[in-house]
Write a protein that binds this ligand. Structure first.
Ligand SMILES: [Fe+2]
Ligand SMILES: [Fe+2]
Length: 492
């Protein structure tokens, strides 16, 4: 999942209350799941279940389990509070994080109960967290998940270990190692086929560890092989099945989702191509520029590309009013400068609305809304000044903002304006392109457009040189080759 590079904002008392309450609710749910597991482990008979809870041992076991889980919750909170504070600030993210744990736990329990303990998809939680949050969270949640499974195995009266001697302890070791191996193997892989292959690779250490830890004989080698393959393959297969559901419900931007939405056949992209082909071409060029700039300053090039593709989607409302889509007819001729400016400016807010309606990731919505910041439309403002004797309210000719809140939004703002400016230049020599990009950046710095994002002067200088090089590549003038007449004798 892409996390915007922002300064960590301080938390208010309300934030603390909200997050701690959210953790507590999830702690209660975990307790209920443990009670449910105990109920199933007691043969789903009420008398056995209540008898277990009334017995001294049962009470002690459950109390120990709840205390241990509480401590684990505190540790999870401390980890995220120190490592990824912005992430848990949103209750939606906390819910997603624990839903991953609950789903993995329920599936693991079912496979252990009605299948084999060693066939449990032990890397599932780690892999889902890797795809939906990030690698460090995946490593930590892998550890937390193994601990929760271990505590449930020990303290819910489980009786599903069968012939295995040390299954609850071995599961802890195998789960921790296989999850970690899975994280490092699958990190950065974007092809689903390769992920499936990695499922088989994860199986190998599981098979070896099951064999060694359970001290099995070679005559029954098929058992660890079968359970190991099941554990590895189930982990990756379930991850692939569940990921789109998590992506959709929590609107998370993963690598898979990014490649899906940047496909030209994606429904919203198809609308842009059909309704505003000129804008689409402009977005394609801006996407190349933004990708180059993002790479140069260490931001995600894929996110920059996707954000650039959709930054002007709002123009599909009135495509003919934007120069890149005009074919001869100027629709602004019959309008007042105020009305023309209103139509042009509305493309940011309209774009954000469209992207929200189609549930596209939040960063794309933000970029659509922020890519013009609070800049003025000087052309129509000048027209209005020409037509009136009195004062003209500049606010009527200013974009509603907000100013770019992330580095990606700032990159799109600069790339977008630079592309439009360089397109109109007659002489696109290196010197002229450089002067144009410099002017665009300075104009926006003077208008205080970069004060809400973490863009540094160094970033701006890198963006400038990257843009000049990239624009020179896009709009290079064709070299005129001298015409040569090749005679028959010369052809040999
Ligand atoms: Fe725009
Ligand atoms: Fe644009």
């Amino acid at each position: 999942m892409y996390v915007q590079s922002k300064k960590v904002a301080p938390w208010s008392v309300k934030d603390y209350v909200k997050v701690i309450l959210c953790f507590f609710v999830n702690y209660v749910i975990l307790g209920v799941l443990c009670a449910l597991a105990t109920f199933i482990n007691k043969g789903m008979r009420w008398e056995a279940f209540s008898g277990y809870f009334l017995s001294e041992q049962g009470k002690n076991n459950f109390a120990y389990l709840m205390i241990a889980l509480f401590l684990l919750m505190v540790v999870i909170f401390l980890f995220y509070y120190n490592e990824n504070r912005d992430f848990i600030k949103k209750p939606k993210n906390v819910v997603m994080m624990f839903l991953i744990v609950f789903v993995s736990l329920i599936i693991s329990y079912c496979v252990g109960m009605w299948g084999s303990v060693y066939a449990r998809p032990i890397a599932l939680c780690a892999l889902l967290t890797l795809m939906l949050v990030n690698r460090s969270s995946a490593i930590f949640m892998n550890f937390a998940m193994c601990m929760i499974t271990f505590l449930m195995d020990i303290y819910t009266g489980a009786d599903y270990f069968g012939e295995y001697q040390n299954a609850e302890f071995s599961s802890l070791v195998i789960g921790f190692s296989a999850g970690l191996i899975g994280i490092y193997l699958i990190s950065g892989i974007k092809s689903r086929v390769k992920v499936l292959v990695m499922g088989l690779v994860i199986s190998v250490p599981i098979i070896l560890m099951t064999f060694v830890l359970e001290g099995m004989d070679f005559n029954r080698l098929y058992l660890p092989v079968l359970t190991g393959i099941s554990a590895g393959m189930l982990s990756v297969a379930l991850q692939m099945v569940l990921l789109p559901a998590f992506e959709f419900v929590f609107n998370v931007l993963t690598d898979y989702r990014l490649s899906e939405i940047t496909d030209h056949k994606y429904k919203v992209m198809k609308k842009l191509i059909e309704l505003a082909p000129g804008t689409f071409n402009h977005c394609l060029i801006v996407s190349n520029l933004a990708e180059t700039c993002a790479t140069a300053i260490g931001e995600s090039s894929q996110v920059a590309r996707a954000a650039a593709y959709y930054h002007d989607i709002g123009k599909i409302r009135n495509p003919g009013f934007f120069t890149e889509n005009q074919q001869g007819k100027d629709y602004h001729e019959d309008l007042t400068p105020e009305l023309s400016a209103q139509i042009i400016m509305s493309h940011t807010t309209e774009g954000a609305k469209i992207l929200k309606r189609y549930r596209l990731p939040q960063i794309l919505v933000d970029v659509a809304q922020e890519h013009q910041g609070t800049m003025h439309i000087r052309y129509f403002y000048a027209e209005a000044v020409k037509m009136t004797d009195g004062e003209v309210d500049i606010k009527k000719f200013s974009y509603p903002g907000p100013k770019p809140q992330s580095k990606i939004a700032a990159i799109i703002m600069i790339a977008d304006a630079s592309e439009a400016k360089v397109r109109t230049l007659k002489d696109r020599s290196h010197v002229n392109v450089d002067a144009a990009v410099k002017e665009i950046i300075e104009e926006r710095m003077d208008a205080d457009q970069f004060s809400d994002c973490d863009l540094t002067i160094r970033d701006l200088s890198i963006i400038r040189s990257s843009l000049v090089n990239a624009l020179a590549g896009v709009y290079h003038d064709r070299v005129e080759y001298p015409k040569l007449k090749i005679g028959k004798s010369e052809k040999k």
